[in-house]
Design a protein around this ligand. Structure first.
Ligand SMILES: Nc1ncnc2c1ncn2[C@@H]1O[C@H](COP(=O)(O)OP(=O)(O)O)[C@@H](O)[C@H]1O
Ligand SMILES: [Mg+2]
Length: 366
């Protein structure tokens, strides 16, 4: 996937920028506070419907502006180029895809694949299970479209709806036929989601193996597994929900199921999740993100756009070089930010585009 044009207005530091990135590496160089991360946020926002720096209403829209706007043009090999537009006032959004009004942000997210590694990415290792579920589900949105297994987005929506309905009935203390019906639906959708998540985790494993050897060899080997969110070895989701009913009625919400799932990552030569240093957790998070990207590349035939925010301050030179090597070999389009140019890159990549970022303005360096 190749982003050809980026226009952003009123997003944090950015007043009005318009740039034409190149294929391969795009370096965004500028002082602290100049607006580099804001640009990555703009592309991430369109691809994920959310920012990686907190909620949209908490200051993503530039102060004094009514709304932010992002417009992107991108292409995929063998397909006509696409145009996406997003306007967000902080509370309400409007979106367009190829000139047509978009009813659900999920449609934009499905069309554009962007993966971002940023200082907060270690949450993939040290953060709550919600971060890892979102990671898994993002991968599934992009690989399970209209395949035989059914498209993941509609399955996910079915599950979310049934989950919400069951919780509403639990809060009303209603253990009646309606609860039976929604539980049935929840169990059906939930079992399918779990099967898809499980298959996805299994397919990620080979990509994690390869990347771990290149980026974090000290880990020895890693094993990924899915914790489904209930005692699945012993009972189906329908039974688990029925068994939990009394407790769930008392608590007023559903305590078992795929909304509690987690991705487990174990290393042969390193301690578990909580024993990893912050630096190791960052590398492990990067391995997971790149594994997802490389799996998508194998499955869909094209790499997602990769964004790496402030890699130089996140990783030591040795690891930076290893990561750059992987990125160069991938031939993916990459956006990287930094306060100065990256010497190692010059020797690795024959072609890259540099942009200077200053006071919220971005210009290409020729
Ligand atoms: N809503 C906002 N309106 C205006 N300026 C903002 C807003 N949010 C953040 N900023 C400013 O943007 C700058 C940070 O931009 P950022 O993209 O993180 O810079 P960089 O990544 O280059 O360090 C800070 O100076 C901050 O004050
Ligand atoms: Mg920054």
């Amino acid at each position: 996937m190749l982003i050809r044009r980026v226009q952003v207005q009123g997003l944090r530091r950015l007043v009005n920028v318009d740039l034409q990135p190149g294929p391969g590496f795009n370096l965004l160089i500028g002082d602290n506070g100049s607006g580099k991360t804001s640009l990555l946020e703009a592309m991430h926002l369109m691809a994920h419907g959310r920012s990686f720096r907190g909620r949209i209403r908490d200051g993503l829209v530039r102060s004094g502006e009514p709304a932010l706007q992002v417009f992107l043009e991108w292409e995929q090999p063998g397909q006509p180029s696409r145009r996406g537009g997003l306007r967000h006032s902080g509370s309400a959004w409007e979106a367009r895809l190829d000139g047509n009004h978009v009813g659900q942000l999920g449609e934009l997210c499905e069309a554009l694949a962007v993966i971002t590694f940023e200082p907060g990415s270690h949450a993939l290792i040290h953060g709550s299970s919600e971060v890892r579920r979102r990671y898994l589900d993002w991968g599934l949105f992009h690989v399970e479209r209209s395949d035989a297994g059914g498209d993941f987005l509609s399955l996910w929506r079915r599950h979310a709806r049934a989950h919400k309905q069951r919780n509403a009935l639990l809060r009303q203390g209603r253990a009646d036929g309606q609860l039976d019906a929604w539980e049935h639906e929840l169990a059906l959708a939930g079992e399918s989601i779990t099967l898809q998540r499980e298959a996805y985790v299994a397919r990620l494993q080979a990509h994690v193996d390869t990347l771990l050897a290149e980026i974090l060899p000290a880990a020895g080997a890693a094993t990924l597994s899915l914790q489904p969110g209930w005692r699945r070895q012993e009972l189906g989701l329908a039974d688990a929900l029925l068994l939990a009913r009394e407790r769930d009625l008392a608590q007023g919400h559903t305590t078992v199921g795929p909304h509690r799932a987690d991705l487990k990552l174990e290393f042969r030569d390193l301690p578990g999740r909580d024993g990893l240093s912050r630096g190791q957790a960052k590398l492990a998070a990067l391995v997971l993100l790149l594994a997802q990207a490389s799996h998508l590349a194998t499955h869909a035939g094209h790499w997602p756009v990769l964004q790496l925010d402030d890699l130089a301050s996140e990783l030591d030179r040795h690891h930076q070089r290893r990561v750059l090597q992987v990125l160069v070999e991938s031939r993916a389009q990459v956006f990287m930010t930094g306060t100065e140019s990256i010497p190692a890159l010059a020797s690795l990549a024959d072609r890259h585009t540099t942009f200077h970022v200053e006071h919220g303005e971005i210009r290409a360096v020729v």
